[in-house]
Design a protein around this ligand. Sequence first.
Ligand SMILES: Cc1cc2nc3c(=O)[nH]c(=O)nc-3n(C[C@H](O)[C@H](O)[C@H](O)COP(=O)(O)O)c2cc1C
Length: 329
Amino acid sequence: MSKAYDGEPLERCSQDVLQTRILHLGHDLDKTLTTLLGSDSYLGVASSEAGELARALEVWRRRGLPEADTVRWASAVLQSSQGAQGLESEPADSPSPVGESESVGVLEACIMNRRSVRKWQPDGVPREIVERILVTGTWAPSACNRQSVRYLVLEHQDARAFIAGVRESYLASAPVHIVLFAELANYFPEEGETVPFLDAGMAAQNMLLAAHAMGLGAVFVKCTPRDLAAVPSSGEESSLPVFKARFNVPRSFIPVGVIGVGWPAARPKAPPRRGLQEVVCTEEFSPTRQNLGAVHRGSPAKRLVKRAFVRGAYAAGRRLGLRVFIASE
Ligand SMILES: Cc1cc2nc3c(=O)[nH]c(=O)nc-3n(C[C@H](O)[C@H](O)[C@H](O)COP(=O)(O)O)c2cc1C
């Protein structure tokens, strides 16, 4: 796990981490402007956040680092905090540029008609289209707007075969792979188990929807360090170091998943979704709704015995080189 990304003095941060910190500080100040302006606590919070942002921007300038949209944006936030007014924003009730019902309908159809496609035609995908998909990934929400997802595009057959070998064999026939990584240097250590995966998941869903909207077919296959560690690539060697060496992956990046994308050869039927009545409660979970959580299933003692059994079954399976599936899990 990397150390906290804000543990380093600004002067010694890499350019990338300094940019992340500028984004993060700009985000904090922007949020303060949006939510606290006019309240009693505004001045106290805003002046300390503005001070930190100003220092980070000054370091950027002193180091002669290049102009960047992100840095320009943070400077504008700082300026508007000094004038004590938020950056220009649309009033909440302004009409959406596309007719409301039309755009909502299009979005819902895109979400619901998207499928995980696992069979592709052999034709490649033009680079402009791949880039349009990648751009939608970069527009996903990210924790404190730190934008810490990194992307590796693979078109070469050997590279795709390698990914297929360590994850899902059908991926070999996807003409393009987009492998998603998280830059751990941008996270606090306590975020490492969760937030990088949330960020990458958000980006992945944007890209899946964009691919679908462009007539392509895509699938997301998780490819986390744990998935790779579990698959020996040669003899007893875990795939993770081999994977990182194969693609020259920086030490602070962790893989999260791979999107296989191309022109679909088959579009699967939609696997049904649980109805809202099966997954949603209002105000509090109901003890009579058995489907809503293992916590309502059986006594604590029974649950402990079951958990021990499940762990034992998985461990035995691993020793015998078998994959164990337990239906009620
Ligand atoms: C976190 C995550 C991990 C996934 N991992 C795999 C995977 O390893 N292999 C695979 O074939 N599909 C994988 N999928 C795709 C799911 O199987 C698929 O989304 C699900 O069956 C629903 O089908 P649909 O996407 O067509 O609606 C994954 C999806 C998610 C969100």
